[in-house]
Design a protein around this ligand. Structure first.
Ligand SMILES: NC(=O)c1ccc[n+]([C@@H]2O[C@H](COP(=O)([O-])OP(=O)(O)OC[C@H]3O[C@@H](n4cnc5c(N)ncnc54)[C@H](OP(=O)(O)O)[C@@H]3O)[C@@H](O)[C@H]2O)c1
Length: 344
């Protein structure tokens, strides 16, 4: 018997990717429901070679849903995830609403798959922020070998991380530059076309942004609370694919060659690191791919036991949709959930 899966936010960047990945991976779904706001009710979305009619979240009956993949933002999740969970569906949420809740596991299967077992307290599992997901996939195998003390990371985050309206804004601003039309900014606080913006999410009292705080706190929760991390998160005019320049200080010695070898064998990682023109991965090449790509691995001679690397991944996949579906697969493979009996 297959599972009934509901995708909430099915018309969004992440939701569309979720439908694509469910079909691609032959997820054992007997039925998939595409849900979004009332605005989208009756519109269509693609699921493999089928078309699904979008239904409104507020009118949907979740009684026979087994797994709800939620990607409709924090406010919607805060209101709806507990209600859906109370109907007996496991909610895997992409927003930041539940990530730091001690009763909600925050999971990247390559890193802390065992944590999924804690889902039953609230019937909710949280997916990390897109920048955190790809970072911890790269850090985990290195941490296991040489114990990470501190990480300094600068991100180069694509506009798709801010939703479909943000992608439209980059597109229309870019066009406006060439047609000499007025440039309008709604999603971003400054023009994003042919520019970079060192500001993602709200400012906090200490001068950092919530995106930077999330990377720090989520890395601690997923990987190790002892790891110190400082981030500068920057939005760049790239449609899809997040990049990160990462500097790591370890407790124990580790060479660039050792790191390369460890990362080559690590789950979810793909090392492309030729020290020549083009011998590295850029976000454009990561689009539509599942891997976290690691390039530019080198020793940092300015600190003891230091390494620098470049980490790139498709933020809509490993950073969101793929990770959520891998969590659902982990629940199924470990027999932690069973499909409900469906009404005939
Ligand atoms: N993009 C990423 O890289 C990424 C990574 C990690 C996590 N996330 C998180 O994933 C979530 C979705 O992101 P996104 O990029 O897919 O955003 P998006 O492209 O703006 O899509 C938002 C989706 O939520 C739906 N929605 C909005 N309000 C709703 C409501 N009241 N009831 C039901 N559905 C509603 C929208 O439906 P309508 O089309 O009907 O408005 C749409 O399907 C956010 O929480 C985001 O922080 C995103």
């Amino acid at each position: 018997m297959g599972y009934k899966v509901a995708v909430v936010g099915a018309t969004g960047n992440v939701g569309r990717e979720m439908l694509g990945i469910l079909a691609e991976r032959n997820f054992p779904a007997e039925e998939v429901a595409a849900l979004a706001s009332r605005r989208s009710q009756g519109t269509e979305c693609t699921f493999g070679d089928r078309t699904l009619k979008v239904k409104a979240l507020e009118h949907y009956d979740f009684s026979d849903v087994d797994i709800c993949l939620m990607s409709a933002g924090g406010a919607v999740s805060k209101e709806w995830s507990p209600r859906i969970a109370a109907k007996g569906a496991v909610v895997i949420d992409n927003s930041s609403a539940w990530r730091m809740d001690p009763d909600v596991p925050l999971v990247v299967p390559e890193v802390n798959a065992d944590a999924v077992a804690g889902f039953a307290k609230k019937n909710i599992i949280a997916n990390p922020n897109c920048s955190t997901a790809q970072l911890v996939v790269a850090l985990k195998p290195l941490h296991d070998r040489a114990k990470i003390k501190r990480v300094v990371v600068a991100t180069y985050q694509s506009v798709s991380g801010a939703g479909k309206d943000a992608m439209d804004e980059l597109f229309s601003q870019t066009k406006a530059v060439f047609t000499l039309d007025e440039i309008q900014s709604k999603k971003f606080s400054k023009r994003i076309a042919f520019n970079v913006i060192p500001h993602i999410d709200a400012f906090m009292e200490d001068g950092s942004t919530r995106e930077e705080w999330k990377m720090m706190m989520e890395t601690k929760k997923i990987l190790d609370p002892k790891i110190k991390l400082t981030a500068t998160c920057v939005r760049v005019p790239v449609f899809v694919g997040h990049s990160e320049a990462v500097n790591i200080e370890f407790e124990n010695p580790i060479t660039a060659d050792e790191a390369r070898e460890i990362l080559r064998a690590a789950p979810g990682c793909l090392v492309i690191d030729k020290r020549e023109d083009g011998g590295y991965v850029t976000p454009y090449e990561s689009v539509g791919e599942d891997a976290t790509y690691i390039s530019r691995i080198r020793e940092d001679a300015t600190i003891e036991n230091g390494l620098s690397l470049w980490v790139v991944s498709d933020n809509l996949r490993k950073g969101a949709a793929l990770n959520a579906i891998q969590i659902a697969e982990t629940l199924i493979n470990r027999k932690l959930i069973q499909a409900k009996k469906k009404a005939a």
